[in-house]
Design a binder for this molecule. Structure first.
Ligand code: XMP
Length: 637
């Protein structure tokens, strides 16, 4: 019998990032697989290491998911991450308490001496997302890392090779994260390095043929990299005649997008692609709908309705066909797709009907375990053009989830707003000076809400608007040409690095707030004059959003920033003066969308975008979203 390859087992307690840990080990060339928390890992042949993942539950509130404490006696190296760190402490006799201050975002780690931290500089930027913290380390453990907020941020029992860390090494914003995982895999677990995307492509093509079992495949193709890579994989595996690609025009696409998708895919040689204009039905089904999850569910269901309708029109017998979807891993995890993960938002390909079809074995999802950067690598290996591979990600529900909706009364009372604003001002006053903001700067919340992710859970909370008094941009422009300064009409004296620190300080301290926005327009009206506006999805709103999105896109390409800026959602919010809505600019950098950083736009790009939006004369305020993920998601709904 052949020996199984070496393997690191990841016990999944439901973190948004569990799968990312496996992906990182793959990137390093080591095989890692995910298991439920109570899995009997002793059964795994050739097991060389165990990871205890993060998760949304709290040990301090006694709602913990546990693993079998016997794993600590197997003599196999263990690394606990975030919730896993707390679990190591808790199960081995240490103490975990509820943190007074939640911590989401960047922190500075003082790293001590340990095999886990070999090659680290000592002072390291790490990414935190937690409420509870370890107060006492278990006997036999030494503290090997601390941050200002979390004095026991890393512990080790080197003799038993048991380690645990509060921060997330698997997200790219933990700069030394890969080094830590590399140390664990190769120095501590002695893993072999033998995994590559290229091998995966060949395996996938072979597996898809088996999965299809002689049936044909119907694929919904948005034209983005995920569905196009699926199209190419399926064609290679089953032959073009057996793969029917349908691009549905939802009416929620960007300006001229349908034409562009048609052109690019025809050029790439996809012969069996068809277009269906379903914009009227998508618009009518969203009439009057306000709740973001409801919008998402309606849209996801409609995609499947249209697919069934087209199949009926073309007399395709459902018995001979399977449905294929270009689902990637973040779609699954954010929809609560693993056993213990929370629902952050329902992705269009994960609505109830899609889940039902999956259960019935009627869906093929060739790239469901991959992240966007791996899909791009696969696209390269398949010979797809750069234009397709580097298209900016765009969500399936399109602009419909970038036009926020409101109807009737506000969900928050004036006295609640006053209370939150006073909390915000107190926090802000303590950090304003370090951030270099002028004395008359103001902070206040908006009465609208957006989705975020904090400590592995969904949040639906308010944005805080940070506004500096207007001054003359030209006056200070000459004196300071430093590009790291916020350029805009009212913000040219602030340092981006200060904003990077200030933004998580605000969202960590005020739980009703999950985003921080800078006011970026030319301040013709006070924020206090703004009112909620009744607005649901209409063609007029989408057309306005399409226009603004096109302005933004053009500026990004003109400045050659399309690779640096991973994605640039523009959001229309039903709040403003004289019935005119406001706009949020949300440029971010990311690698695989599980975490993201707001992107600081160069002065001239931001100014040009703002002045073009203002020239349209159709909007009120313009805000710049300076929230990382977590605590804000990339999209607002
Ligand atoms: P969030 O907003 O959750 O988004 O940080 C992560 C990434 O996923 C995209 N996104 C979607 N993609 N169907 C998709 O195919 C969806 O329903 C969906 N919702 C969000 C989002 O644009 C970002 O790239």
């Amino acid at each position: 019998m052949t020996k199984q390859p070496q393997q690191i087992a990841i016990l999944d307690f439901g973190s948004q990032y569990t799968h990312l840990i496996a992906r990182r080990f793959r990137q390093l060339g080591a095989l890692a697989k995910i298991y439920p928390p109570n899995f009997n890992v002793a059964e795994i042949e050739n097991l060389i290491g165990i990871i205890l993942s993060g998760g949304p539950q709290n040990i301090s509130e006694d709602d913990e998911l546990k693993c079998d404490p016997q794993i600590f006696k197997l003599g196999i190296p263990i690394l606990g991450i975030c919730y896993g760190h707390q679990l190591v402490a808790h199960l081995l006799g240490g103490k975990v308490v509820g943190g007074e201050m939640k911590e989401y975002g960047l922190a500075n780690l003082q790293a001590g001496r340990s095999a886990l931290f070999e090659g680290l500089a000592g002072g390291e930027v790490v990414w935190m997302s937690h409420g509870d913290k370890v107060e006492t380390a278990p006997n036999g453990f030494k503290v090997i890392g601390a941050t200002e907020n979390c004095p026991i941020a890393a512990i080790a029992d080197e003799s038993r090779k048991i380690y645990s860390i509060q921060f997330h090494p698997e997200v790219t914003h933990t700069v030394c994260g890969m080094k830590i995982l590399e140390n664990f895999a190769f120095k501590i677990c002695q893993a072999a390095s033998d995994w590559q995307v290229k091998d995966f492509k060949d395996q996938l093509i072979k597996k898809l043929k088996e999965q299809a079992g002689g049936k044909k495949v119907f694929l919904l193709v948005s034209g983005g990299v995920d569905s196009t890579v699926c199209f190419a994989l399926l064609e290679k595996s089953l032959g073009p005649a057996n793969v029917y690609g349908l691009h549905v025009d939802t009416g929620f696409m960007r300006k001229n997008e349908v034409e562009q998708v048609k052109g690019t895919l025809a050029q790439a040689g996809f012969a069996n692609l068809h277009i269906k204009d379903a914009s009227a039905i998508f618009l009518s089904k969203l009439k009057g709908i306000v709740d973001p999850e409801e919008k998402r569910k309606i849209i996801g269901q409609l995609f499947l309705d249209i697919q069934e309708q087209v199949m009926a029109e073309l007399d395709m017998n459902p018995k001979d066909w399977l449905l294929a979807q270009g689902t990637i891993y973040p779609d699954t995890i954010e929809t609560g797709g693993t056993r213990h993960a929370a629902v952050i938002k329902t992705h269009h390909n994960r609505v109830a009907r899609a889940q039902e079809l999956i259960k019935q074995g009627r869906v093929i999802e060739p790239i469901k375990d991959l992240y966007k950067d791996e899909v791009r690598e696969l696209g390269e290996a398949l010979g797809l053009s750069e234009k397709i591979i580097w298209r900016q990600p765009f969500p399936g529900p399109g602009l419909a989830i970038r036009a926020l909706c409101h109807q009737g009364r506000s969900t928050i009372t004036n006295s609640q707003i006053t209370k939150i604003n006073s909390k915000l001002s107190t926090v802000f006053e303590q950090i304003r000076i370090t951030a270099g903001l002028p004395e008359k700067s103001q902070i206040q919340i908006l009465p609208i809400r957006s989705v975020g992710v904090q400590g592995d859970l969904r949040s639906y909370a308010h944005p805080a608007i940070l506004e500096a008094p207007k001054n003359n941009p030209r006056a200070s422009r000459g004196q300071d040409t430093n590009k790291s300064q916020i350029p805009n009409h009212n913000f040219q004296s602030i340092n981006w690095l200060a904003i990077e620190r200030l933004s998580p300080q605000i969202t960590n301290a005020v739980k009703e707030v999950n985003r921080v926005l800078l006011r970026a327009d030319s301040q013709k009206s006070k924020i206090e004059k703004g009112k909620l506006i009744d607005a649901t999805i209409t063609k007029n709103r989408l057309d306005l959003l399409r226009e603004i999105d096109a302005i933004v896109n053009e500026e990004v390409f003109k400045a050659k920033l399309e690779r640096d800026i991973w994605q640039f959602p523009v959001v229309l919010i039903p709040f403003g003066v004289n019935g005119k809505e406001s706009v949020v600019l949300r440029p971010i950098s990311s690698l695989e969308a599980m975490t993201a950083k707001f992107y600081p736009l160069p002065d001239e790009v931001l100014e040009s975008i703002i002045s073009q939006i203002e020239q349209l004369g159709e909007t009120s305020y313009i805000f710049y979203d300076v929230t990382n993920k977590p605590p804000g998601t990339i999209e607002w709904e």
